[in-house]
Ligand binder design. Structure first.
Ligand SMILES: NC(=O)c1ccc[n+]([C@@H]2O[C@H](COP(=O)([O-])OP(=O)(O)OC[C@H]3O[C@@H](n4cnc5c(N)ncnc54)[C@H](OP(=O)(O)O)[C@@H]3O)[C@@H](O)[C@H]2O)c1
Length: 259
């Protein structure tokens, strides 16, 4: 079994959930190129991806080389494949959770590459759409808020985007149940939903940080890439249900405390 993107936050969690797996970092295999000769596996957990949402607007072809080409190259290994996709394949117009049969309509370059990557996975693949990932490594909203919350009295956080922050430990464990299901697309995200501002407040509360959240609109924040205003994911296809995002937050903070 192979885990690509082994240096990333989901890759790290997958290596813990699958102790026998072989982790491959970008140094082992740059997935925008075909697989190294002789690489074989009975299952490929493909967590390598271009995840810089704003950066994808500046270099959409670079993002596609990883998120579309990389998935195609992983599929070329010929083994059953798990790939992860994103809530950002949706445009966020709905106000009830997105299910697998809802039509995708990405707002930005990152979402477009993830959608094309889904198609590149081929027929022997589980495509797991998840959202707002956080874990104990790599770059994520939780780690950024913990840093800012320790440095400042107040942070400005977007309050008009709603999703389900998902703990990579829960997502990695749930992968085992996904691979018991038929191949196809599955929505697997934390239970509950919130805005980024709600999530920041919960982080400060749970971590005991004395920092205020100033609620701002996405337009005021001014990120380069447009993001969906609402991207809560739920499954109508029997995908595993994850614990509530707040439980994921507590587990991740406990984990961070041990590092
Ligand atoms: N993060 C989220 O909020 C989120 C939400 C929904 C879905 N997802 C999806 O979940 C999956 C895992 O994301 P994540 O949050 O774990 O991302 P991450 O922490 O950014 O990890 C991605 C990993 O992929 C590696 N990588 C990038 N380009 C590569 C290349 N050309 N060849 C080989 N490795 C490469 C990165 O290595 P370097 O460190 O060397 O760049 C990094 O270790 C991705 O498919 C992502 O699209 C993420």
């Amino acid at each position: 079994m192979i885990v690509t993107g082994a240096g990333g936050q989901l890759g790290q969690a997958l290596l813990e959930a699958y102790p026998g797996a072989r982790g491959l970092t970008r140094a082992d295999w740059d997935v925008s190129f075909p697989p190294p000769p002789g690489l074989a596996a009975d299952l490929v957990l493909h967590a390598a991806a271009w995840t810089d949402v704003d950066g994808a607007e500046d270099d959409p072809q670079g993002a596609a080389a990883v998120n579309v080409g990389g998935v195609q190259h992983a599929a070329e290994l010929g083994a059953p494949l798990v790939v992860w996709s994103s809530d950002y394949v949706f445009d966020g117009q709905k106000r009830t959770p997105y299910v697998e049969s809802d039509g995708p309509s990405p707002l930005g370059a990152y979402g477009r590459t993830k959608l094309h990557g889904e198609a590149a996975a081929g027929e022997r693949a589980w495509v797991v759409r998840s959202s707002w990932l956080f874990g104990w490594t790599s770059k994520n909203f939780l780690l950024t808020m913990l840093r800012l919350g320790a440095e400042r009295d107040e942070v400005a956080v977007v309050s008009d985007q709603r999703g389900s922050p998902t703990y990579v430990g829960h997502l990695a464990e749930a992968t085992k149940a996904v691979t018991e299901l038929p191949y196809g697309i599955y929505h697997v995200a934390a239970a509950g939903d919130c805005t980024w501002a709600d999530f920041a407040e919960a982080i400060f509360e749970e971590a005991g940080l004395d920092c205020r959240v100033r609620r701002i609109a996405a337009a005021e924040y001014g990120a380069r890439a447009p993001r969906p205003a609402y991207s809560v994911l739920r499954s109508e296809r029997g995908a595993p249900e994850l614990p509530h995002w707040r439980d994921g937050l507590r587990e991740c903070l406990q984990r961070l405390a041990t590092l």
